[in-house]
Structures are given as C-alpha cells and as structure tokens.
Design a protein around this ligand. Sequence first.
Ligand code: PEP
Length: 253
Amino acid sequence: MTRRIVIAGNWKMNKTVPEAVELAKAVVAQAAEAPASVDLVVCPTFVCLTEVAKVVAGTRVALGAQDLHWEESGAFTGKISASMLVSAGVKYVIIGHSEQRQFFGETDETVNKKTKQALKHGLLPIVCIGELLSEREAGQTDAVNERQLKGAYAGISAEDAAKTVIAYEPVWAIGTGKVATVEQAQDAQAFIRKVLVELYGSEVAEIIPIQYGGSMKPDNAKGLLAQKDIDGGLIGGAALKAGDFLGIAAGAA
Ligand code: PEP
C-alpha cells in the first residue's frame, strides 16, 4: 500500500458562513489542478460545516473539523461530539493543534482521548505534534515529538493507527512566515517515522502520512513535499485563498 499525500486547509477562526461557502466553492472549482495522488481537505469552523459539506459533496474535496470532544454527549457546554461531526458529513478531524495546546489546555492525554473517540466513530484524525522554539533551541525537538506522539497514540492499535494522519508542526513556524528548512522538516519527520516503526512496525509506519505544517506557501511547498518523509501539508494562512491552497497541492506533483 502506498502512502497518501494529504493537503489539508485549517481555516482556524476565519470566515463567516457565506465566506466559507465562497471559499469552498473556489477550492472545488480549482481542485482539478491538484495531482490525482493528493487528498484535499478543507477544515472550516464548526458553524460552517454543514454548508461547506453541501459544496464539497460528490467532489474530490473532503471535509474536516478543527477539534472534537472525547465524550459521546452530555453536559459539556460549547463542545462538539464525534457523532455530530459524522452527521455533518465530516471525514477528517484535526486534533492537538498547537493553538489548542497553548491557549486552551490541550494535553497529550486529551489528544489521546480525542484520537480514540474520533477513530471509534470512523473519523480520520490529523494528529498535530511539534516543538516550541525554546525546545528546539534546547536540543529537545526529537524528545518533544516522541513524547507527544507516544502520548497521542497510547492504547491505539496498529490497525487504527494506520487510519490516522500526523501533522508535524514546529510551533515557531506556525503563522510566523518562518518556514522550517527542508532539512529541519525532513529530519524531524524521519525521526517521527522511526518512532512509529518502534510503536507499530515498519509496514504501518510506512503508510501513515506525515504532513508538514508551518508557513507553507506555494513557493516553498515543492521543496518540502519532495522530501521522503513529508507526505502533505497542514496549511493555515495560505489555505484562506483557493489559489494558494491549490498552488501548494500542485507542489506535490
Ligand atoms: C496551522 O495552523 O496549522 C498552520 C500551519 O498555520 P500557517 O500555515 O499559517 O503557519
């Protein structure tokens, strides 16, 4: 089985419902420009999911959400469950984004619970990991990624792990315009794959796509995507313009 290339747009807290529909339509209209080997995903806010679902239905663009809660239902004001996402037409879900970790108390433990819950409901998790600048400067990049990865996948079977996508996102490169060099990204991602081999064996480790995320743009995507262990991208800012998003996907050719 060959590894998929997954290019996912994380729209974060941007776009009203009409704006999200407009952007989704533009992505769908230009999706043919992406190489056939690429899976395209758009991740709008929760409130836009059902309308964007209508736009992408029957196209090659899949729908993703930006988070979920690990409980089935109940008194969890403001939270969204896995079954709600499934009912809205969602296929992928971003889990453990660094903004959730930094600002909203996400931990390796909650990432693990959310990943298990997503898998239980047939959602495909995009599990985000990555080091802070201070951790990189202290020579802890690999140790941080190993800890976050092992935390996220604790108790998850090889069969389930094979359904996930990992997003390696060095926190210092997110939204800063400061992209990791191809060597920095490839080195970190090769190490992440090594940890996956340790956890699940090489067959499973070889099929899990590892995305790079952090200031990816059409002009730097090609070099990154040419690396052996970079299997797509999680795109923030550049995903808000259909042309830039598809320009990044074109870099996977
Ligand atoms: C992200 O938030 O996942 C991200 C990679 O953002 P940006 O592309 O804007 O750096």
